[in-house]
Design a binder for this molecule. Structure first.
Ligand code: PA5
Length: 447
């Protein structure tokens, strides 16, 4: 198995026999998911995707990535939420947080359309300068405001630079196969399109064209990524939930939640994992946080954050636990040299690898935090490569779905996301929403 669940630092926090106690609920949740009888089951296409994915679409993705590499200095990826987090997380984890500085033979990649910040868009226009660029606009619904606004701005820039026909050849739209404004516009203008499968929701879509086109453009091995996910699909289909790590993880986090641990912090000792943390927070937050229930997903990078929120974790409110993802092999290593005068007092580390020091930071922290009453779930992966990451992505997706069913919610919808949109549209006077404009302005005291 490419990922091991180590429960050594959480077991003492679980009430005696509680894992056995919750077992029928976990079995039921897993069964509902696998048999497609649970709530939201029309959005479980990602479950079998590592085997059933569309091979033709996969080849088209590789061809599009090759064309972008050839004719563009920059790829702009326009999308929000599940339509950008996965791609960015994979690129930064496999390549680097400094991808745009270190890339070799691949275009720079910038993610936009994930906020409404004019400063951020203006900055990107400045970065683009007169560089050759292409756009991958990603929106399953095809109607989300943030990416739609950014797409309008950058599409105009593209048309101004290249003219209508060439601009159309530089736009790749990843959207629904038959519906939505973006699909209609793409058909009208003749953009190359990729399909977000009907049965895969945004936050479960990283292994569809949503994630794969930007990832392939960054020269990442998407075959290996899918292969890792495929291995996970097999390992984690085990019906005996006691031998299925994603079910055990889902069970433990629900037990901790029931015992008053309301916050789960995803932790890594690798800064390259920062965006994976963000991806995880969206996956679990949007899937579970509903009906007045759900763990609040939070995150940290250690040892960096041991010097910021580390104090809180050690001694603050005792309502959190940590899930720590560790990698047994670093991407690269450094040996600390011996210095004759030992001015900095570091000769006790001479000859040691930095990865060894990092592993001792982990061991010291896991003991300190568990002493401080913070349970630690450990996920151990071998390497920081595509295969292991594909496995980890699938592991989290399936754990999230099983966990949501144990919690008694539908992990595949996000009704709460509409609330801010409705208010924003009303305040902006969007037709169909503007009847609430007066009322909202009164509440805000601007009328
Ligand atoms: O997980 C989800 O469904 C959401 O986070 C969506 O990905 C996000 O809202 C973007 O939606 P769309 O791809 O329709 O623009």
């Amino acid at each position: 198995m490419s990922l091991k669940l180590n429960t050594k630092y959480v077991e003492s926090f679980l009430p005696e026999d509680s894992l056995n106690g919750i077992r029928p609920e976990v079995e039921k949740a897993h069964e509902s998911l696998c048999s497609g009888t649970g709530e939201g089951s029309s959005f479980t296409g990602w479950l079998t995707l590592p085997e059933t994915y569309d091979r033709d679409e996969f080849s088209r993705i590789k061809a599009a990535a090759a064309k972008i590499k050839k004719d563009s200095d920059v790829l702009l990826v326009i999308g929000i939420g599940g339509s950008y987090l996965g791609a960015r997380a994979v690129i930064e984890f496999i390549k680097s947080q400094n991808y745009n500085l270190l890339r070799k033979g691949a275009p720079e990649i910038y993610f936009t359309g994930n906020s409404i910040s004019s400063a951020s868009i203006n900055e990107l226009i400045e970065i683009l300068g007169d560089k050759d660029f292409s756009i991958n606009v990603i929106s399953k619904s095809g109607t989300t405001t943030e990416p739609a606004v950014a797409f309008r701005i950058f599409r105009e820039l593209l048309v101004k630079k290249y003219g209508e026909a060439e601009a159309a050849r530089r736009i790749y739209a990843t959207t629904d196969g038959s519906r939505g404004t973006l699909k209609e516009l793409s058909d009208l203008k003749g953009y190359t399109t990729f399909v977000v499968p009907d049965n895969v929701g945004g936050r479960y879509s990283v292994l569809t064209p949503v994630g794969l086109l930007p990832i392939a453009t960054a020269c990442i091995d998407i075959d290996a990524l899918m292969e890792g996910a495929r291995e996970a699909m097999h390992d984690l289909s085990e019906r005996d939930v006691c031998r299925n790590d994603c079910c055990r993880y889902a069970a433990i986090r629900n037990l901790l939640y029931r015992s008053g641990k309301k916050i789960e912090m995803l932790v890594s000792y690798e800064p390259a994992f920062t965006m994976m943390n963000e991806w995880f927070k969206q996956l679990f937050g949007e899937s579970e946080g509903k009906g007045g229930k759900g763990l609040m997903p939070a995150s940290a990078i250690f040892s960096t954050d041991l010097h910021s929120i580390g104090q809180y974790i050690q001694q603050g409110e005792r309502d959190l636990f940590e899930t720590v993802v560790i990698f047994n092999e670093p991407k690269s290593d450094i040996t600390i040299d011996l210095e004759e005068n030992d001015y900095d007092g570091l000769n006790f580390l001479a000859g040691k690898k930095l990865s060894y020091v990092n592993s001792k930071a982990f061991e010291g922290t896991v003991l300190a935090h568990t002493d401080g009453n913070v349970p630690n779930i450990i996920l151990e992966a071998e390497r920081m490569d595509e295969h292991n990451l594909g496995y980890l992505i699938y592991f989290f997706e399936k754990s999230c779905a099983v966990s949501g069913y144990i919690l008694g919610i539908n992990p595949f919808n996000q009704p709460g996301v509409e609330s801010y949109k409705k208010n924003m549209f009303a305040l902006l006077g969007k037709p169909g929403y503007d009847d609430r404009k007066d009322e909202l302005e009164k509440r805000l005291g601007i009328r």
